[in-house]
Write a protein that binds this ligand. Structure first.
Ligand SMILES: NC(=O)C1=CN([C@@H]2O[C@H](COP(=O)(O)OP(=O)(O)OC[C@H]3O[C@@H](n4cnc5c(N)ncnc54)[C@H](OP(=O)(O)O)[C@@H]3O)[C@@H](O)[C@H]2O)C=CC1
Ligand SMILES: O=C(O)CCC(=O)C(=O)O
Length: 420
């Protein structure tokens, strides 16, 4: 039977409800958290290269600013919707809370397939989007960053546009910027590096030696490729990866560094298809790999009540936001597969975005090693705290992460007198 809903906003609401119930939280807290504080919708006019005027639909949602300014990426994708952006902004609130950084949650998105646009068109659209959401973003208001199909280069255009409107340098308003204009070392690698750190912790608690442990990774974008690279560096054998073009399989381990170079060759269009060091299958074959650990690093609703039947793994570490549906969550729990939830495992990106913002505000910059060391300490501590709570309360790791996150946000709302 098909699942009742794959709407990410309904999914995040059910996750909030479950954690509020487990915490014995008040109805007021649930009511405050179950929807964003605001969600701006904009129509973005863009003059295309052929002279035609096209209007794109965009959103910026601020879920909560109880703990601090909103924080979260901007996504360019044809399947972006208002509900998706609202859900992603809520996950950001809880992710920042789990990471222990002083932010609330925000997220933006434009309904667009950037593959069909020239670089000039993407730049004009990005600048116009900033002009339109200018009233609701700011260094101490809501701080965007990259997400699916958005890059440091795009952040560079956006921060330039914002500073023009502001009339002064306010570079902390966007993170994930190029290094030359205030980006942080180790931000580009941060989300995938964090996913690999969480793989290491999950192997440790499951008593599996990471050296030689088998891993499959869905998605070979910013998150997937660095998760695979660092996992390999930590000793794991990455036997399968996929993107929209195909799945690649090599039981002896794929040479991820070589694949990384391959996708960066311009004629390969950022896709893994055609790489010679592995066999090629259709992209969804990634679900059929027998592995110790599966890392979904693409989009929402990857592990559903259908695809979960195909998984043969002991651990799932979520690199993407919202890759597992609630029904699939239950099946993983019944099968005693350890799931390290997105709001913990992909929190490395926003954590290093926070470090970038701190460096911008103080005008003093750290080394690559310093950033990664700080990231590792914070993420490993968060893993241990959540794992302990999971054991104490006999809940899943996802529920434990939401419980920890919601408690911190609820405490902040109480201190401000917003809820009882
Ligand atoms: N970037 C960041 O810092 C953070 C990102 N995230 C989340 O991680 C996920 C990935 O983001 P990011 O890596 O930045 O995005 P990218 O756009 O860089 O990469 C997305 C990847 O997913 C692939 N993909 C899309 N659909 C499928 C599919 N059906 N099967 C297999 N692969 C697929 C894309 O393939 P192709 O390129 O061929 O289209 C691409 O390789 C998202 O959920 C995002 O919200 C979470 C935290 C931080
Ligand atoms: O780096 C950031 O601020 C946000 C990254 C993001 O969008 C996410 O974690 O989903």
């Amino acid at each position: 039977m098909a699942e009742k809903t794959l709407n990410p906003f309904e999914i995040v609401q059910s996750q909030i409800k479950e954690a509020c119930d487990a915490l014995g939280e008040t109805q007021e807290v649930y009511e405050m958290l179950k929807q964003p504080k605001s969600c701006m919708e904009v129509a973005i006019p863009v003059r295309m290269d052929n002279g035609e005027l096209k209007i794109f639909e965009g959103f910026r949602s601020l879920h909560s600013d109880a703990v601090g300014p909103g924080k979260g990426g901007i996504r360019y994708h044809q399947n972006v919707s208002r509900d998706e952006v609202k859900a992603l902004s809520a996950w950001m609130t809880f992710k920042c809370s789990v990471a222990g950084i002083p932010y609330g949650g925000g997220k933006g998105g434009i309904i667009v397939d950037p593959r069909e646009m020239s670089k000039g068109e993407i730049e004009r659209m990005s600048r116009k989007f900033v002009e339109l959401i200018y009233p609701v973003i700011g260094e101490k208001v809501d701080i965007p960053a990259p997400d699916v199909n958005t890059t440091p280069e795009i952040m560079g255009w956006m921060v330039d546009e914002f500073c023009k409107l502001e009339g002064e340098q306010r570079i902390g308003v966007f993170t994930g910027k190029p290094l030359a204009i205030g980006g942080s070392l180790a931000r580009f690698e941060a989300t995938g590096y964090g996913v690999a750190l969480m793989m290491k912790e999950a192997f440790r608690v499951k008593n599996i030696d990471m050296k030689g442990a088998t891993v499959s990774v869905q998605g070979f974008g910013n998150v997937g490729r660095f998760a695979a690279l660092y996992a390999q560096e930590m000793g794991a054998k990455v036997i399968a990866v996929s993107d929209v073009s195909c799945a690649l399989v090599n039981e002896d381990g794929i040479d991820i560094a070589a694949l990384y170079e391959y996708v960066n060759i311009p004629e390969n269009k950022n896709m893994i298809k055609g790489f010679e060091g592995a066999r090629e299958y259709d992209r969804d074959s990634i679900y059929d790999m027998k592995v110790d650990l599966f890392a979904p690093c693409a989009l929402e609703n990857s592990i559903t009540s259908e695809t979960v039947k195909r998984l043969d793994a002991k651990i799932v570490v979520e690199g993407a936001n919202g890759p597992t549906t609630p029904e699939a969550d239950k099946v993983l729990q019944e099968r005693e597969i350890l799931l390290v939830p997105d709001i913990l495992s992909n929190g490395g990106g926003v954590m290093v975005s926070y470090f970038e913002w701190v460096q911008n505000l103080q005008g003093y910059y750290w080394s690559f090693e310093e950033v990664q060391e700080k990231q590792e300490v914070k993420m490993v501590n968060a893993f241990n705290d959540i794992y302990k709570l999971m054991e104490e309360r006999n809940v899943t790791m996802r529920v434990a992460a939401f419980m920890m996150a919601i408690k911190r946000v609820a405490d902040a709302m109480r201190c401000k007198g917003w809820v009882k």
